[in-house]
Design a binder for this molecule. Structure first.
Ligand SMILES: [Zn+2]
Length: 66
């Protein structure tokens, strides 16, 4: 699978709300902050790191579901 965004970029990105680490979801694609339960969309390879643009993370969609 092609990289949605580079690992280097992912490492420097932080949640604009809590300044914490974000996690890549390659399926959407999007970046997820589990602390804030927010999903930041990636549009044309550019993560939209804006609280106003973020959507709430729904736990029921978690594919691991353990
Ligand atoms: Zn956060």
């Amino acid at each position: 699978m092609a990289e949605v965004i580079s690992r280097e970029l992912l490492e420097i990105l932080a949640c604009p709300k809590c300044k914490g680490e974000v996690e890549l979801d390659e399926k959407r694609p999007a970046l997820i902050c589990r602390r804030c339960m927010l999903v930041y969309e990636i549009r044309d390879g550019i993560p939209v790191m804006l609280i106003d643009e973020a959507t709430p993370l729904e736990e029921t969609q978690d594919p691991d579901g353990k």
